[in-house]
Design a binder for this molecule. Structure first.
Ligand code: UT7
Length: 329
């Protein structure tokens, strides 16, 4: 029998309605549109407004739309991997919350935490359950309500992040389409530069941690930039070399949307021309686990069966990775 690959058979995304523009940020912190645009490429980002709404509420419309597109019901889903850095609650897993909200009664699931590389790690992990024959319908969700951990007094982080969610369905394919290879890496010493100080077992919430703004994302931007700009490019190049792919073989480069300058460096390193690089950072900013599936969702109509896609990400942890996949439809 031919090898089973995990093919993406449907993709969908969801971003909340509220648009937080650079100009609105100018009224909140000491920043300006010119600085944000030239340093990051971001013009606006989406924010989930409203009481009682969480990351799972971004996922519900994304997944319900996906199921409709694929023509299946929620109870056919066997496994949900929810890649997120902003779970609804520390426990239980947001995968369980989502399963309940959409009626995926036959699914088991778990959350995967790898910061901005989460979707890449989740896709690689989900693919294993398909390739092994264990499951035939795996949902990989990547989404974050980043606005829940952003300090809107900190101009170095609040201009970057936004809220959004995307999801893909993985199913077996024996014709050679789907996830072909992945390179996944982490280096925990990088945790010093990008983390959330309090709210975990190291520093449970107290009045002091709240007063010290320690429940927000903390980032040393320049240090993270230095690692991201080389490692994301290197890992994308590594997966291409390993599979004997040159830039002409690549139909689409799908980079994590953290900073336009990091995306450009990855494109240069891999030799992929600008017209094949998927970029929507100007409209959504960095949605952490949401960036790559949102790109797949928005470019889906341009993909052709057999297109070679290179996905690449870098994030807190540090974590980074790249996936080579052949588009299946
Ligand atoms: O997705 C997860 C991984 N994360 C990343 O990949 C993010 C990587 N880092 C970055 O993208 C960039 O480091 C940032 C966009 C966060 C910052 O850009 P930068 O070019 O590294 O700026 P910087 O931190 O070196 O700051 C340069 C100057 C500083 O002023 P001085 O000290 O030179 O006077 C900052 O205070 O820009 C100032 N600055 C701002 N000015 C206007 C910082 N933030 C702002 C702002 N508006 N929002």
């Amino acid at each position: 029998m031919n090898k089973i690959h995990a093919a993406i058979t449907a993709v969908n995304g969801y971003v909340p309605d509220y648009v937080l523009t650079n100009h609105e940020l100018e009224t909140i912190v000491d920043t300006n549109d010119e600085w944000i645009t030239s340093r990051t490429g971001i013009k606006e980002r989406r924010i989930l407004k409203g009481e009682g709404l969480a990351t799972s509420d971004l996922a519900v419309p994304a997944v319900e739309g996906l199921l409709k597109k694929r023509g299946i019901t929620a109870d056919e889903i066997e496994l949900i991997i929810f890649c997120t850095t902003t779970p609804d609650m520390p426990f239980p897993a947001t995968a369980n919350v989502l399963a309940d909200k959409i009626g995926a009664k036959n699914a088991w699931g778990y959350d995967l935490q790898a910061a901005c590389s989460g979707f890449i790690f989740g896709l690689a992990t989900g693919a294993q359950f398909i390739e092994s024959g264990k499951h035939t319908k795996v949902l990989v969700v990547g989404g974050d309500k980043m606005s829940s951990i952003i300090n809107y007094q900190d101009r170095a982080t609040c201009i970057i992040f936004g809220d959004g969610c995307g999801a893909v369905l993985l199913e077996p394919n024996t014709e050679g389409y789907g996830v072909i290879d992945s390179v996944l890496k982490s280096d925990g010493s990088g945790r010093a530069f990008l983390h959330q100080k309090a709210g975990g077992s190291l520093k449970p919430a107290t009045h002091e941690t709240i007063d010290a703004n320690e429940h927000f994302a903390y980032q040393e931007g320049q240090a993270v930039f230095k690692f991201a700009v080389t490692n994301m490019a290197d890992v994308a190049a590594e997966v291409m070399e390993r599979n004997e792919l040159n830039s002409d073989d690549i139909a689409w480069l799908v980079p994590h949307q953290a900073n336009k300058r990091i995306i450009d460096a990855t494109a240069n390193r891999t030799g992929v021309s600008a017209d094949k690089v998927i970029i929507n950072i100007e409209r959504y900013g960095n949605t952490t686990n949401g960036t790559i599936p949102l790109c797949l969702w928005e470019w889906e109509s341009k993909f052709k069966k057999g297109d070679n896609l290179i996905l690449a990400a870098f994030g807190g942890g540090f974590t980074w990775g790249s996936i080579y996949l052949k588009w299946a439809y």
